[in-house]
Write a protein that binds this ligand. Structure first.
Ligand code: C2O
Length: 580
């Protein structure tokens, strides 16, 4: 039954259209269950065109991307184009039950959208339960032909995809505490840190003196990762497909869902060097995997010795190193696609974010505090993913009962967010968020400012918040409780980072601004996969503008329907809730 689709099945047609610089780039994604063996055991995983990671998509800015998804797997799936603006193509966002119902086994769907106004590295991934563990790949956007990079042209470009691997059937993955995985992979390979993969390590052959553009993606489900190359610096030139001021560093950290474009010059003596990743876990008191670095290899042409130099990795809870890298990079003002930061704000939101609790369901053993299970929340709302119809269809066809549009712009009450203590009944209530599918409605073209305040209600840790459909400016970034007077006067309205995913520091906050110029329903959620079922999520509904051209179009006629077939895999229900 399991059809392994060969690489040649991924056919690439680049049809040059009459406009010289825009093309239609077409791919076929055969999603099927295949056997892979990154460690010592073979495991059946869903994969695109038989590979882990899946195919790399390369387009130029301005191109139209067409991907035919043929679902021969046993899973319900969608494919999300993480970080792509989807301007006027919200139906193509691939957010399960937000913009579409999933593509069921033996069904097809074609995603078709333009990629405009962004250049760099993004990723595509499944957006249904935890299937993005193995259904993901790089999406590389180069400048239009004839347009240069805003940095010296690299000799070669190299995608580096970091992944998290559980050595068990992917369908059982959520029966394990989320951070505890069996390995991390670089481009599908576990390398010399694990017993059965010593000879299967990602190797990059380099020529002395040449400069390479590393297109780095953290596709791990649940772990932030540090990245270093022994004895070498790197120069960051883009984050989340937005150019930055060149930033020289010997270490970087990526949250799940983030990407970094960095130049790396082979300017050290001819030998072998490890490139290494290791987990960054900012949570306190949470089980963490061992801190072994996971290695790939840089091989200088002509190297003779066989023992690689290794980098010294930061300690796993090195918040200072992570924060320095994450907060010091600035946007490339005046660079391609740069737009000045909006000064005027139309919608101000203050959103508390963190983990709370939910009473343990009957006949279940929960491992959370007081015997409850964890529940994530934004402004004390745990987001419930709709089950019978996608939010955007409900919005478009005006069908009630799927969601409410009352997501609050403030938490239910003010408290000392980062030093939460239970002293009163009302404090105790704060630990139990309300379970709801709620959205915030925004007028077309308004500027939204969101202060995301990390709370310490259960545990403080970095949560990577990701916005669909837009990039946001990160105008504020700090520790402690956000002070609307003191901190508002320090916002960077000149050259902030512009990106789609940001780690909100443990016990800290970020201040984000975006312009709601794209009608549709857009998720804003934590990109730790384990925190999605916990409901660290909300949705924005951006209303139509004044013209047909600024309005949400009708859904494509073949948009997958939500007919529930109980025999299709959703996710097994554990009777021990180990989720963290
Ligand atoms: Cu990368 Cu909502 O996802």
């Amino acid at each position: 039954m399991h059809r392994v689709h060969a690489i040649q099945a991924f056919l690439v047609l680049v049809l040059c259209s009459s406009i010289a610089s825009a093309a239609i780039v077409e791919h076929v994604f055969h999603v099927g269950n295949v056997l892979v063996k990154p460690l010592c055991n073979e495991q059946m995983i869903p994969a695109v065109n038989g590979t882990l990671p899946g195919p790399t998509i390369k387009v130029r800015e301005g191109d139209t991307l067409v991907v035919h998804v043929i679902n021969n797997s046993t899973y319900n799936i969608t494919i999300h184009w993480h970080g792509v603006f989807q301007l006027k193509s919200s139906w193509m966002d691939g957010a399960n039950m937000i913009t579409q119902c999933p593509i069921q086994p033996s069904n097809n769907f074609t995603y078709r959208f333009d990629i405009t106004g962004q250049e760099g590295t993004l990723l595509w991934h499944a957006h249904v339960v935890n299937l993005r563990a193995t259904l993901h790949g790089a999406l590389i956007i180069r400048p239009r032909s004839g347009r240069p990079y805003p940095f010296p042209k690299p000799y070669k470009e190299v995608p580096l995809i970091f992944q998290q691997w559980w050595d068990l059937d992917v369908g059982l993955l959520n029966l394990r505490p989320a951070p505890l995985c069996d390995a991390y992979l670089i481009n599908g390979l576990a390398g010399d840190s694990y017993p059965c993969s010593k000879n299967r390590m990602f190797k990059l052959k380099v020529v002395q003196g040449k400069t390479y553009l590393l297109r780095i993606i953290n596709a791990a489900l649940n772990t932030h990762l540090f990245f270093k190359i022994a004895n070498h610096n790197m120069t960051v030139v883009a984050l989340d497909a937005v150019y930055t001021t060149p930033y020289v560093t010997d270490v970087m950290v990526l949250t799940p869902g983030q990407s970094v474009d960095a130049l790396f010059t082979a300017d050290q003596p001819t030998r072998l060097y490890h490139m290494s990743i290791s987990p960054y876990t900012s949570a306190h008191g949470i089980p963490v995997p061992a801190n072994n670095p996971i290695n790939g290899l840089i091989v200088y042409e002509g190297a003779t010795s066989s023992s690689p130099a290794s980098p010294l990795m930061p300690w796993m809870n090195d918040v200072a190193t992570a924060h320095k890298f994450s907060s010091n990079i600035t946007g490339l003002v005046g660079g391609p696609h740069w737009k000045p930061v909006p000064r005027h704000v139309d919608e101000k939101m203050f959103v508390t974010m963190g983990l709370g609790l939910d009473p343990c369901p009957p006949k279940t053993k929960c491992i959370g505090p007081y015997g409850h299970r964890y529940a994530g929340s934004l402004n004390n709302r745990t987001f419930m993913i709709p089950e019978r119809l996608s939010m955007q269809e409900a919005y478009f066809y005006n069908i009630s009962g799927v969601y409410t549009d009352d997501f609050p712009a403030q938490p239910p009450r003010k408290f000392d967010y980062t030093n939460f203590k239970v002293q009163t009944d009302s404090d105790f209530k704060m630990m139990f968020p309300e379970r709801k599918t709620s959205a915030k409605t925004i007028k077309f073209n308004s500027t939204v400012e969101i202060v995301v305040q990390n709370t310490g209600i259960i545990s403080a840790e970095s949560h990577p918040m990701h916005l669909h459909g837009f990039n946001f400016y990160v105008v504020g970034y700090g520790f402690g409780n956000y002070d609307p007077i003191r901190d508002a006067s320090k916002l960077n309205l000149v050259n902030p980072q512009l990106r789609n995913t940001i780690g909100v520091p443990p016990g800290g906050y970020v201040v984000l601004r975006f312009i709601a110029n794209n009608p549709g329903v857009w998720m804003f959620h934590c990109h730790m996969d384990a925190h999605l079922p916990y409901g660290i999520m909300m949705a924005f509904i951006v209303q139509n503008g004044p013209t047909p051209d600024t309005s949400l179009p009708s859904p494509p006629s073949n948009l997958p329907q939500c007919t529930r077939d109980p025999t299709i895999y959703e996710s097994p229900k554990a009777n021990v809730d180990l989720s963290y």
